[in-house]
Design a protein around this ligand. Structure first.
Ligand SMILES: Cc1cn([C@H]2C[C@H](O)[C@@H](COP(=O)(O)OP(=O)(O)O[C@H]3O[C@H](C)C(=O)[C@H](O)[C@H]3O)O2)c(=O)[nH]c1=O
Length: 194
């Protein structure tokens, strides 16, 4: 008896205005029990430039809308790709091009990610990442292509006038570390070379 095999859930990849930064669309396959979705697929994400094994998977919970985390990156040789997936709630997710010599150096691109819209952001090496919670009770899943190396951590201030990021909500809670990131004008930051 031939039983129709439903088409598998797939990840589709779209470009953004910043070379290498990709918008990933999940599919939800529903049935009477609920739904199934694919969060990571090495074969499909290779098309998006993810070519290394997953080195670390992290989960964050953010309690209050308005909270901002970031903007973070790791300096070479510990630069990392990140796949950011929103499992609960909604965020304004932003990536900034830090690549020295890039024609879009210090340009940013943002996407609203939520469990319901099924969008994720694939952030290449040489980018800083941050987000603002647009709802209470936000949960994110991060796939990293490189382990966490605290000594290699770098950060940009979420309110840096050089970036002028249009956070959708008034910026709420910041970690002490994020609140202490120096402004780019103070550091003469020339970018990173992945
Ligand atoms: C990343 C990491 C952190 N930690 C420790 C360090 C701190 O004691 C604590 C929280 O770290 P942090 O304040 O850096 O976490 P977030 O600000 O939520 O950073 C996250 O959100 C921003 C937007 C990102 O882009 C980061 O990649 C992502 O990790 O966890 C670990 O023990 N292991 C880890 O892999």
């Amino acid at each position: 008896m031939n039983v129709a095999v439903p088409s598998p859930s797939r990840l589709t990849v779209a470009d953004t205005p910043l070379v290498g930064l990709k918008r990933i669309q999940r599919q939800y396959l529903g049935d009477a029990r609920g739904c199934f979705t694919r969060l990571f697929c090495a074969e499909e994400l290779a098309l998006a430039g993810w070519t290394k094994p997953i080195a670390q998977i992290n989960h964050t919970y953010t309690a209050r809308r308005g909270t901002v985390r970031g903007l973070h990156f790791q300096h070479p040789p510990h630069a990392e790709q990140k796949l950011v997936t929103c499992l609960r709630g909604e965020i304004w997710d932003v990536a900034v091009d830090l690549r020295a010599g890039s024609p879009t150096f210090l340009h940013w691109h943002a996407e609203r990610l939520s469990r319901d819209n099924g969008l994720a952001l694939l952030i290449p090496e040489g980018f800083a990442h941050g987000f603002q919670a647009l709802t209470d009770d936000v949960e994110l899943l991060y796939c990293h292509s490189h382990p966490y190396v605290p000594q290699a951590e770098g950060g940009l201030h979420p309110l840096d006038p050089r970036l002028s990021l249009p956070w959708p909500l008034p910026v709420g809670t910041l970690s002490a570390r994020d609140a202490a990131h120096p402004w780019l004008a103070e550091t003469g930051f020339a970018g990173v070379t992945p």
